[in-house]
Design a protein around this ligand. Structure first.
Ligand code: GAP
Length: 515
């Protein structure tokens, strides 16, 4: 309960901060808000776009074996019959017999007795509710038995509202990759091993959306389906020495069952000990873990956790989540299932279309095998980056976002708005904004202006002062250390670019003579 209170107040603080600074607003606030829906404000939309761009650049543009699609969000009902979502995409729902408020059974148990019960069955939920005599958290009324509630939003397409015209708002982007699979393979002339990526909106009618951006009803996913030959799940040509030596905090199903602690292991050790069953699965997990680290997330707050058998989705042979240690506990920020040939087999059955490919080596027609499905919510990544970066120091709040993610890369200030300093600063701002997201500010004291940029994560601030008018140099200030260095205006653009890309460190700037 204490943990629950801590979690609520922390999440509320972050939500207030995000609203105050223009990152995230409650949707339709003028009508009292809309639970599970959030809008992104001027800074939020930039941060979100930067996250998606970083993901797309890393996993699509910089690879020869992954191509992208952008599928529809209103989708044919047959997709979801074939995929099993109509039948199995459910959460346990309990209702109060007195006030008729509805709750997600496993969350109700978690909140009431602090027991994490991810993935337990409806029968187990009913047993726990009975055993602990749990009541409605709202009015202490008696609860109904739990029943399965389907999370898909249903709608009708066209003017007739009958069963033949039912469509679903997609609850995951993955299925559109499977339904487009044959066309993508034909036009891109790729054969397994290869991947198809997608970033797009999805919808889930969550029973109890909560924890700000953590559990939403509308959100975006970034997903890849990676297809291999079913007999070649271990033939991964990208396992470099560097990646094999890459270390992750590991929590396998066996370790959880035996009550052991999380252990740091290299990918090599994980694969050699058969903790992750296929090399491709290990490879993609390491890449995604590294992606978060390369964008500044504290590695000590990351771990990979294997699903217990009862937690796994109906389509998964093996699933590993990447979890982040939020101030209120470890939570999933990224999922990665081995989906086998399940989805393509189902779509072949339901559509009657052949989705196999011709394997040149064996001269056989093969159903591609999804060895790994890297899948994450953009908003959960957003929350992770914000929480990891949010720092309260004695005299300021500073958002230590990685420069690549920061909404503004640079802010330009005139020390005072007179004697031509403001014109010079505007000139610099006009040049830099063609290259970087750049902010101009001449309001208030210089200290206040720095503080405003620190709070929204701007990594570098440029100040034009009287010396600028004499020698065409400006000061550049580092957000994290507050250190300042003088540099020539002519070098500004290349220095800022190198700082953002990590090609030089700010501390090194000081040591250079002619900058
Ligand atoms: N295609 C696989 C799939 O959709 P999932 O574990 O249901 O798997 C993948 O979702 C990711 O989507 C999660 O790791 C999480 O980051 C994000 N996600 C899932 N449900 C969410 C929700 N209600 N609100 C925000 N993000 C969510």
């Amino acid at each position: 309960m204490e943990n629950e209170k801590l979690k609520r107040s922390f999440i509320q603080k972050i939500a207030n901060f995000c609203k105050r600074k223009g990152f995230v607003f409650p949707c339709c606030e003028i009508y009292g808000g809309f639970s599970g829906f959030y809008d992104f404000g001027p800074l939020g939309v930039e941060l979100k776009k930067n996250i998606k761009d970083e993901w797309w650049n890393t996993f699509v543009r910089q690879r020869d074996d992954v191509v992208g699609i952008d599928g529809c969000t209103v989708t044919h009902s047959m997709i979801w019959k074939a995929s099993g979502h109509v039948e199995s995409f459910t959460d346990p729902l309990v209702e109060c017999k007195k006030c008729h408020k509805r709750f997600r059974g496993d969350h109700l148990i978690e909140d009431a007795i602090g027991l994490s019960v991810d993935g337990i069955t409806i029968e187990q939920i009913n047993e726990i509710i009975k055993k602990h005599n749990l009541k409605c958290p709202n009015c202490k009324g008696e609860l109904t038995s739990a029943k399965a509630f389907n999370l898909m939003f249903k709608t009708f397409v066209g003017a007739v509202e009958d069963d033949a015209h039912i469509a679903y708002l997609r609850p995951e982007t993955a299925q559109l990759i499977f339904t487009d699979f044959r066309l993508v393979m034909e036009v891109s002339r790729l054969r397994p091993p290869f991947g198809i990526a997608q970033i797009g909106r999805v919808y889930r009618n969550e029973i109890s959306p909560r924890d700000f951006l953590f559990r939403l009803r509308e959100f975006e996913q970034m997903e890849i389906e990676y297809f291999v030959h079913p007999d070649r799940v271990n033939e991964c040509p990208y396992l470099t020495e560097e990646l094999l030596n890459f270390e992750m905090n590991v929590y396998s199903a066996e370790m959880q069952q035996k009550g052991e602690k999380v252990k740091k292991m290299s990918l090599r050790e994980i694969l050699e000990k058969n903790i992750i069953k296929t090399k491709w699965h290990g490879y993609w997990l390491a890449l995604m873990y590294k992606w978060f680290m390369d964008l500044g997330v504290n590695p000590e707050k990351l771990r990979i956790r294997q699903h217990l058998p009862e937690e796994r989705s109906h389509y998964a042979l093996d699933t590993w989540d990447i979890e982040y240690r939020f101030p209120f506990g470890w939570k999933e920020i990224h999922g990665m299932a081995n989906r086998t040939t399940f989805d393509l087999t189902q779509h072949m059955k339901f559509s009657g279309k052949d989705l196999r490919y011709f394997d040149e080596k064996t001269k056989e027609k093969i159903i591609p095998y999804v060895v790994a499905e890297p899948s994450q919510g953009v908003e959960r990544a957003f929350l992770t980056f914000i929480i990891d970066a949010y720092t309260e120091e004695e005299d300021r709040i500073v958002l230590k976002l990685h420069p690549k993610l920061a909404p503004y890369k640079v802010a330009v200030f005139p020390l005072v708005s007179k004697d031509g300093l403001d014109e010079k600063a505007k000139e610099i701002h006009n040049t830099l904004k063609k290259k970087f997201a750049c902010f101009y500010d001449d309001k208030g004291s210089i200290g206040r202006r720095y503080a405003r940029q620190d709070e929204i994560g701007t990594p570098f601030c440029i100040t034009v002062d009287y010396q600028t008018m004499e020698d065409n140099t400006v000061t550049i200030r580092d957000r994290n250390t507050k250190e300042q260095v003088r540099i020539k205006i002519t070098n500004l653009e290349s220095i800022i670019r190198k700082l953002i890309e990590g090609e030089i460190k700010f501390s090194e700037l000081k040591k250079q003579n002619s900058i």
